[in-house]
Design a protein around this ligand. Structure first.
Ligand code: SIN
Length: 482
């Protein structure tokens, strides 16, 4: 019987563990906390819902087309079609199994029809996590390895055969599924799990796996100023306005869609307005804020803000990382024995700009597929890739240097070549995962001399059709040899 090690207990890790167990494998599910619930990740924080083509007048083809359009020329069409088609089935199965969804489907920016499933209003991620965790705890083939922190992957004859942990133990298996999350935690302010600093991406790169799209980070425009507390796009969808100190809806100066323009456009507009003074979210006229958005209402109340009567100060913050370990539709990486799912992976469905509410769906679809694939032995066919290749020297492993400020300074919502060079110079000294991620991001951002999706270069404001290809990264120095 195959033994699969799944590292990470967010939606993608739980879906992978369930997929592998149902396909007949023995599974070790490893995570950093004492239990699944004590390992808080970005899934539990997700306020947006799960996109799925279930409603009348919708189809997986239409969902795939919206996914491709949002990704600004870099989405892999085949991956988007797979996500939309298998995703509709996965969500139908989830609902049939009793997932406590709210009634109806809602609409979000860049979706042509209402196709978002929510649960608990703005607490869909937490509801999905609870639901999947319950199923995992009932599955006898899944053993738990709490308190596991990844140090490096173990290679045997060029194949991943396990992982070494930070406390010096080793977990071995026939396959490893990485579900360790993304890298928004390398910014001083992010809406996801603060520990998400790309540890799995760095470990995979050091072991020889190929990465892509590292220059693309989605910044969410409405985050409570000075914090990482997200105020969902659904609030603007329900009619809230963004205003400057004079109460003016300034976003219409640059885009007729105003507050409902794509996320990168709104974030850039808010950034520029912040140069002149505070920016406020005005939701006072939106009916039943506490009923529709209970989580946000509670969080704002803790900060002393009653948003039914007061304006909310907001600023953009890092929200979702588009880049990661290159995979195929089954989560297979370029390294035999290694699968990657969830935000750690670069599946091809996000391109330069992930479509809202596709991430929980991606975790379900690619998590289940990777779990199933990892349960069967067979010839390893690596994902087919083409694009521009960059070799990047990673600093050696070590304690995390203070890379965050350098990353925020040169790799924010708007970038320049000079700023990126300064960030690269500042990251020359520190070792550790955040500095490694910063170097990978900066190398790709420097090479992409255009603006596309979430990558906005003030010195190259136009999109260059000749650069509509991914930037693929390989680690050179700092590579682990086992
Ligand atoms: C939000 O609720 O605004 C975020 C949704 C998402 O990023 O998918």
């Amino acid at each position: 019987m195959r033994h699969v090690v799944v590292l990470g207990s967010g939606a993608a890790g739980l879906a992978a563990a369930l997929g592998a167990a149902r396909a007949g494998a023995e599974v070790t599910l490893a995570y950093p906390g004492e239990g699944i619930d004590a390992s808080p990740g970005s899934t539990q924080l997700a306020q947006g819902g799960i996109a799925a083509a279930l409603g009348p007048g919708d189809s997986p083809e239409a969902h795939a087309l919206d996914t491709v359009a949002a990704g600004a020329g870099l989405v892999d069409k085949r991956a988007a079609e797979h996500l939309a088609r298998r995703g509709a089935g996965e969500v139908e199965a989830l609902l049939a199994a009793g997932f406590p969804a709210d009634p109806g489907l809602s609409l979000e920016a860049a979706h042509r029809v209402a196709r978002i499933v929510h649960a608990g209003g703005d607490r869909t991620g937490a509801a999905l996590h609870r639901f999947l965790a319950g199923r995992v705890l009932e599955e006898p083939r899944i053993r738990h390895a709490p308190g596991t922190r990844l140090r490096s992957l173990v290679l045997r004859d060029g194949t991943v055969a396990g992982l070494d942990t930070a406390d010096g133990t080793r977990l071995t298996g026939d396959a490893v599924v990485l579900a360790t999350g993304g890298y928004c935690g390398v910014y001083p302010r992010s809406t996801g799990a603060p520990g998400a600093i790309g540890t799995g991406i760095v470990a995979a790169a050091r072991a020889g796996a190929l990465l892509a799209d590292m220059e693309f980070v989605q910044f969410h425009p409405t985050v409570l100023e000075g914090t990482g507390h997200l105020i969902s796009e659904a609030v603007r969808g329900a009619g809230a306005h963004l205003v400057d100190g004079e109460g003016r809806r300034f976003l219409f100066d640059t885009d007729p869609r105003g507050e409902l323009a794509p996320r990168d456009v709104v974030s850039a507009g808010v950034c520029r307005a912040l140069d002149a003074g505070p920016v406020w979210l005005d939701a006072r006229h939106v009916p039943d804020l506490p009923g529709a958005f209970p989580g946000i209402t509670a969080r704002l109340a803790e900060a002393g803000i009653d948003w039914t009567r007061q304006l909310v100060p907001v600023a953009p913050a890092a929200h979702y990382s588009m880049g990661g370990v290159v995979t195929d539709l089954s989560g297979r990486t370029t390294l035999p024995g290694l699968y990657a799912v969830g935000e750690v992976a670069r599946t091809g469905v996000r391109g330069a700009n992930r479509l809202a509410s596709n991430s929980l769906l991606e975790a379900l679809v690619f998590g289940a597929a990777a779990g199933e694939a990892s349960a069967s032995a067979g010839e390893w066919v690596a994902p087919a890739v083409s694009g521009e290749f960059l070799d990047v020297a990673l600093p050696g492993p070590g304690p995390d240097g203070d890379a965050r400020d350098a990353i925020a300074a040169g790799l924010g919502v708007e970038r320049t070549g000079e700023g990126i060079v300064r960030t690269l110079a500042a990251l020359d000294g520190p070792g550790g995962d955040a500095a490694s991620i910063g170097r990978l991001m900066a190398a790709a951002a420097q090479s992409r001399t255009e603006s596309r999706g979430a990558h906005r270069r003030l010195d190259h404001p136009d999109t260059d059709p000749a650069q509509a290809r991914p930037i693929l990264l390989r680690a050179t120095e700092g590579v682990t040899t086992c």
